[in-house]
Design a protein around this ligand. Structure first.
Ligand SMILES: C[S@@+](CC[C@H](N)C(=O)[O-])C[C@H]1O[C@@H](n2cnc3c(N)ncnc32)[C@H](O)[C@@H]1O
Length: 381
């Protein structure tokens, strides 16, 4: 296994600053780029990044780079690459290609040349078996300004698939976005966190795992295990290193939703995530949420939530009273609270009357979504 890797941690556009901070906390010296962050790492740090990054979707190992101006040249150079040092013979491979500003511009032909080289190296066709659970190695070939870069995904499934959210609700949020919302809220884990529209529980579960020091990748297969690059000793080092941020012993987290099925799913998801004891789930409408009753909330905390967008769940204009109720109830929490809302319609979110500022914007399920955060300015009583 190489002593050190050049890596690229990819994330949804807009999350790069949070991902950079996460990498700094892991001890890396990251360079922020569009769509992700580049960094160098030894094998344990490369594996730790797959285990601990909460806002990344992939970690790519950049394995080689060479000038290339023609498909014939690619075929020749690809045949000389040490594929058997990188990939396992029994693991199917998918090849993806992109090209920009290069004489080689036909991505389908690039994929075909690389697949030919793999077939020669392994003595079999490389195309992946079908089936949702099949482990597949992903090779990424990028042409930029006549330079070909070959990378391999360090994990066989995207990092946001943590493995606990086996049951969704109406419009489940991606785990990396829930993680990014909690990070943007600047939540201190020794204070409270409330999600009154918790659905399948993604936001409170990500918050609880952050608070208790549970790695986002804890339920996932060991990083790189599906590759010939896997190093069991490095994995043991990576796994036994302490969490990148201080953990608390007990978290104070409440979550509610008016949909009984969503709450049942959220409880089971939290069980799988190892945080069921840390979250108090209640089935109730926002107007009956226990901490949103006068004087019932802890003194300090964050209300972090993803209210209905009005697209996949009931229609936009009908949501105005719901957002106004949210704003009114949030102000009742008191000055020790902050709010973090994930919104599709920023104007609707502002109708909460809360002083919100955009922390990041990205796309989720084909929609632009913005994380809005702000301090609660309490209502006079
Ligand atoms: C966008 S979804 C939240 C998704 C959640 N973040 C997840 O990852 O599954 C909004 C949720 O708000 C809930 N909801 C809608 N109106 C509500 C109300 N008046 N009181 C409480 N929950 C409500 C819906 O049942 C739905 O689960």
């Amino acid at each position: 296994m190489p002593r050190s890797f050049d890596l690229f941690a990819a994330c949804l556009p807009g999350l790069e600053p949070l991902l950079t901070d996460e990498l700094v906390a892991l001890g890396a010296r990251p360079k922020r780029l569009r769509g992700g962050v580049a960094f160098a790492a030894d094998a344990p740090l490369a594996m730790r990044s797959c285990l601990w990054l909460g806002t990344a979707s992939h970690v790519l190992l950049r394995l080689t780079e060479f000038p290339c101006r023609a498909l014939g040249e690619l075929q020749r150079k690809a045949a000389q690459l040490p594929w058997r040092e990188w990939l396992r013979p029994n693991v199917p491979v998918t090849v993806r290609a992109t090209t920009h500003g290069s004489r080689v511009y036909h991505t389908g032909a690039v994929v075909e040349r690389i697949e030919n080289a793999l077939a020669t190296a392994f003595g079999r066709p490389v195309s992946p078996a079908t089936g949702a659970d099949t482990i597949v190695a992903s090779v990424h070939v990028r042409f930029k300004n006549d330079v070909c870069t070959i990378s391999i995904d360090a994990t066989s499934t995207p990092l946001h698939r943590r493995g606990y959210r086996l049951e969704g609700a109406k419009a489940p949020l991606r785990e990396d976005l829930a993680h990014a919302l909690v990070l943007a809220a600047d939540w201190r884990a020794d204070t409270a966190l409330l999600d009154p529209f918790c659905g399948s529980g993604t936001i409170p579960i990500e918050a609880a795992r952050l608070a208790l020091g549970i790695a986002p990748g804890r339920l996932r297969d060991p990083a790189m295990e599906h590759l010939a690059l896997f190093d069991g000793d490095a994995w043991q080092v990576a796994r036994s290193a302490p969490p990148p941020r201080a953990a608390v012993e007990r978290a104070q987290i409440a979550a509610s939703d008016r949909d009984a099925g969503a709450i049942e799913a959220a409880r089971r998801n939290a069980e799988r995530a190892g945080v069921a004891a840390a979250i108090d789930f209640q089935c109730c409408a926002i107007t009956a949420t226990p901490w949103l009753q006068a004087g019932a909330a802890p003194a300090r905390g964050v209300l972090a939530t993803n209210p209905p967008f009005g697209l996949r769940v009931p229609k936009g204009d009908r949501l105005l009273p719901l957002y106004q109720t949210l704003g009114h109830r949030a102000r009742g929490l008191g000055d020790g609270w902050r709010v973090a809302l994930l919104a599709h319609d920023v104007r609707l979110a502002r109708r909460t009357g809360l002083p919100l500022r955009a922390a990041w914007t990205t796309r989720h399920g084909g929609l632009a979504v913005t994380a809005l955060t702000g301090a609660v300015v309490a209502t006079e009583t």
